[in-house]
Design a binder for this molecule. Sequence first.
Ligand SMILES: CC(C)(COP(=O)(O)OP(=O)(O)OC[C@H]1O[C@@H](n2cnc3c(N)ncnc32)[C@H](O)[C@@H]1OP(=O)(O)O)[C@@H](O)C(=O)NCCC(=O)NCCS
Length: 239
Amino acid sequence: MRRAAIALEHATWGPVGFLNYTAAHHNFYDDLLEEFADCQLCLVDPETDYPVAVACCVPVACSGPDELPAEGWDWMVERAAARRGGRANMLGALAISVPTVHRGKGHARTMIRALRDLSGRMGLDGLIAPVRPTRKDAHPLVPIGDYVNWVDDKGRIFDPWLRAHLSEGGRLVRPCERSMVVEEPLGFWETWAGRELEASGDFLIDGALVPISVDPTRRIGRYEEPNVWVAYGGGGSLH
Ligand SMILES: CC(C)(COP(=O)(O)OP(=O)(O)OC[C@H]1O[C@@H](n2cnc3c(N)ncnc32)[C@H](O)[C@@H]1OP(=O)(O)O)[C@@H](O)C(=O)NCCC(=O)NCCS
């Protein structure tokens, strides 16, 4: 099951694999999944006996959703790894992964509910998640603070994944503008972009939610992925 879950996660996140290169991910992610193995959930199709969705989470100490910082995913991983802030009181969702072939069937919503149930069973106050809005990559130049306020023609929040969280009882707390930070040489970004890049200005690559900014002197590209804090339980709300 462990092997299958890892394969599913790799296949789901492969196109945006540059996210695996944040310092927090590189230093702590794999070890945290091992340490909190009981918190890693698989939804298994009984017909095939193979997982169709995976949800990864860790217990974290958090003084309350209102205190959540502009650093999202990386902050949560570092905090869980360092046990900073004392005893864990919330469950921190790190990723829900559904491979393309199994999307649109409600599996992700099932996993949101499973994470909430788990936080209850563990006696925690609730669930926090730095959510990656699934449609933001089509609008990389729009500030995240504006994007979260977009609505569709029915007046519903525009982003379908944020909408799914809201409809499961989540509350939008605030954007976390620097949720995942990847700082790597230009050659790294050329590898992911599949083309040569000029060191003279910001650029976009497929799957990125905002442009990558360039330091021309050091020939370094910095990506600051914006996510949105969503909380279940614990108070505090954007809307
Ligand atoms: C986001 C993700 C988990 C949703 O999985 P899913 O099982 O298809 O989701 P559900 O069937 O429960 O549907 C939830 C909503 O998201 C929408 N949705 C699902 N995948 C989507 C995608 N790739 N792009 C845009 N919308 C998507 C669905 O249409 C649905 O909205 P609706 O009820 O208004 O129609 C899946 O697309 C995925 O794994 N994506 C890549 C990894 C990722 O971004 N994970 C979330 C990190 S916080």
